[in-house]
Structure formats: C-alpha cells, structure tokens
Design a binder for this molecule. Structure first.
Ligand SMILES: [Zn+2]
Length: 256
C-alpha cells in the first residue's frame, strides 16, 4: 500500500510541477522597453495599483514626506525632466517622485507602476542636480524594467514548483533553495539593468551620465567597511557597477 501511495504522490507532484512550468511559459512576455523576456503575471494597471496602495506605508516607514517644499519641487523637476525626455513617457506608468524625511537611511527605491522615493539621508549627500538625476533615472529604470512585477511572477512560480516537489517527495527544501538563489541573482541583474537605463535617461534628458559614478562612490563610502550583509547579497559591488556604468556611457554616447 505504501508503495502505491508514494507512486500517486509522485504523479500528483509531477503534475503540479508540470503545471507550474506550463503556466510560466504562458506568462512569458518580452518587456517592450528593454526587450528582455520576463515572467509577468500582472497588467500595468495592476502594477500601478500595487504601487499606489503601498506608497503611504513606504512613506510612513521613512518618517513621512519631507516638509521642505522647495526640495520636493527640485526632486519633481528632475524626475519629470527625465520622464518627459525619454522612453519613460511612452509607458502607461504614472510617475511620482517623493522626498522622504528619513535623515538616517541612505536609500532610494521604486514601487511598481511609477512611485519613486528618495530619502533625505541620500538626497543631502548628493553634490549636484546631475547626481540626483542619476538616482532618479536608476529608479525609473526599475519601473520600466518591471523588476517588482517580475519578482512577484517568479515567486509565484517557485511557490507552485515547491508545492509540487514537496507533495511528490521530500525535496521542497532543495527547490526552495534554488528559488531563493534565483531571486537574488535577479536582484543583481535588476540593479545593473537599472544603472544602464538610468545612464540612457540621463543622456536623453541632457544630464551628465558620469554623475551616476559619483553616486556609486557616495554609496560605497556610506556602506563603509561594515557593509550590511543583505545589501551585499542583493546589490552588486559598487566597483562592478561603476565598470558597467562606464560601458553604458560609451554605448549610448556613441549612439546619440
Ligand atoms: Zn536599484
């Protein structure tokens, strides 16, 4: 009896894994802005809705919006200039740029659909409008690259696969391990892709793309010798990023 049960479990497990792969294939789409094939399970409207829904909580976690309207206006101006002069304008996304009050956490991030944030801690370390354009351009890159949507699509896929695997045999842990590694690898790729897109947006909007290298140096100095392990595992080394940024500058400067 036990042998028969195991056989049935294996068959069900295989069916779930096969279903996961079949579903993933049907959810593959070519990103219209980067040309890269991704697993996307939601529409741009849904991405926008998720971003709008999560934005207030993100702001709260970083001390709310910064009270100085002049600095917020500068962030808006630079962000809108990047959008209006680049391919970002041709997307369905609704871009909004928020300066957060947080004076300690050096960070900038983007939610799907166009909600973009920079903390005062990072803003205050920047030395020029071009560097601000570098940060915001990179974040617009995450939106266009659909990086959050892709991560959600991949997570759904691996969850289904590991369900199938743990039904079939006791290897859920193994498959989970692969899934997580895949997510982290995507994280590094996402950063490099956003850097490259950021360089392109900067050139298109008339900013000096070299300023993004300055931003990397600021991030590197801020990370210091006791770098946070999570940052290290999900973000490529700033030196590595600088090399790729230089490559992108050569590529897009020659093209324009
Ligand atoms: Zn990033």
């Amino acid at each position: 009896m036990r042998g028969k049960n195991l056989k049935i479990r294996l068959l069900i497990g295989l069916a779930i894994v096969a279903f996961a792969f079949f579903k993933k294939c049907s959810q593959q789409e070519k990103n219209p802005y980067t040309g890269r094939t991704q697993t996307i399970t939601m529409t741009p409207d849904q991405e926008i809705a998720i971003g709008l829904q999560s934005a207030p909580q993100m702001a709260r976690q970083h001390g709310g919006l910064h009270p100085d309207n002049r600095w917020q206006a500068l962030v808006d101006n630079v962000g809108n200039k990047l959008v209006n002069n680049s391919i970002a304008k041709q997307t369905p996304y609704k871009y909004e740029f928020h300066l957060l009050a947080d004076p300690n956490t050096i960070n900038a991030f983007a939610l799907p659909g166009g909600q973009i944030f920079i903390t005062y801690a990072l803003f205050s370390k920047l030395e020029s409008e071009d560097q601000l354009a570098g940060v915001l351009g990179h974040e617009i890159g995450h939106v266009l690259g659909k990086h959050s949507a892709e991560r959600i699509g991949e997570t759904e896929f691996w969850r289904t696969v590991s369900t199938g695997a743990s039904v079939g045999a006791d290897m859920g842990g193994l498959v989970n391990g692969i899934g997580q590694q895949t997510l982290l690898k995507n994280g590094r790729g996402d950063e490099l892709e956003s850097d490259e897109l950021g360089v392109k947006f900067m050139i298109d909007a008339g900013y000096d793309p070299e300023a993004l290298i300055g931003v990397m140096q600021i991030l590197k100095a801020a990370a210091g010798p006791n770098r946070v392990p999570e940052f290290q595992s999900t973000h490529p080394d700033p030196e590595n990023r600088i090399e790729k940024i230089k490559e992108a500058i050569r590529k897009y400067k020659n093209a324009s």
